[in-house]
Design a protein around this ligand. Sequence first.
Ligand SMILES: [Zn+2]
Length: 467
Amino acid sequence: MVKLRPSKFGAPAKRSRCKAAARDTNQAHRKIGLHASVQSHSPRTTRLRDLEQSWTYPDIVRMTNVAAKKMLVKHGILKAPKDKMYCWQCGSLMSYASSSSGQSSNAADTMQCANCTVAGRRKLQVKAVSLSYSPFWKTHRSGHEISYDLFLRTAFLHGIRTPVDAMQQLVPESGKHVTNQTVRKWVDHMNFCLAYSVMKMADKEVLKNELVEADGSGFSVLKKSGDVKHLKRTKPAKSEKGKAATKRFWNQKNEESRHGRFAVLRGRFTKKSILKPLPSRSVAKGSPGAGETVKEFSRVVKKHVDGSSVLACTDSGSAVVGAFSAIGVPTAAARHSLDEMTPTRTFKLSKLTKGQAKMIRKASVCKRPAAVLSPKKTVAKVLGGDNFSEAEFSRLKRSLRRVNKIGRMSPKRAHIDPLAMQALLDAPGLMTVLNAMSLYRQDRVHSLGANPMHFGDLVHDKSWLDV
Ligand SMILES: [Zn+2]
């Protein structure tokens, strides 16, 4: 399909490319001995064919329901029988409800708080405590046996990036009840926890003594309307609120909305990359894209980059260059629109901070140098530009397409699924999935304000996404 870039969207007219000129610029660094990749090439993605796990799929399939439950308890995804429960409203220890209180039909599995009450002066209670803060709590109906073994199968298959529709063929077994919707819900919960673990790990990450690249991209476009809050396709109710929603939806008919927008930061030496969600935006229909703003990048860069010891090697977008210069980081920019990927840029060391100069000196003495110093060591030539962020997005997109997610991602999940995919690409396997679910449970189960009703609920528990 031909991409139109009409002038009405304010897209800059493309300058005519001169590949020969770009080639000269791109190869100039070779003559002075600069290297684009600092370390020897090593793939960041673990290939599935090289993956070795403690369990094979037949091991998991042979597991009984009891053994599977034990394994889930052992890995901290289910409550262990001896685990204590603390009230999420006041923090005090909860006790088992006495059967004489008559409030519950299953007193042995109900706990209550002595201090807190709910409407009607009844004590605050959690029913089915053994399932509390687990993916089974909300969907569990008394009288139905829960298939922990099928859940474990799903986790194994998800760990090796199996599409959900294929899973629906691989998980069920005759005589055991599991619907396609249940499998999908389980996978959604696993993705939620995986995304949570990625965000939590990235939260404290700060790139220092690095050549840093930043870029942005999005994973989902909704062409019906530019109303970014209209997430469901069902018709709004006929209430006043519903009418307002309908009006807003139709008023933005000549716009489209972009969801799942991300900024990515990547360090060239450590190969660390940090994905940060950006808020959804609406743009004119057919326009080339929702570009990132200086404000959006600034927020990410300020938090995750130590400005005094890094140099930015990015594309020359004004937003990203502006965000870096706001924290005193000079940019060695490439111009990807002109096919210019790896230009060399010159810096006077006296104009850089101490940390930046030190970083450049260090980069100039390693085996595959990213910088060279002049004989008097006052001027440095640095290999600018970088294209790894683009590669980061493309690896995510390729894998999301493989599991049928691209194009059919719900806007609500447009941040969750790419983040979860990043976790599964960095470290595929059952343990990654189990650890992520355990981490999320441990963080919620004893913390004040973590209502078990909102466990794993994207509507109520998304502050960690930091959009
Ligand atoms: Zn309480």
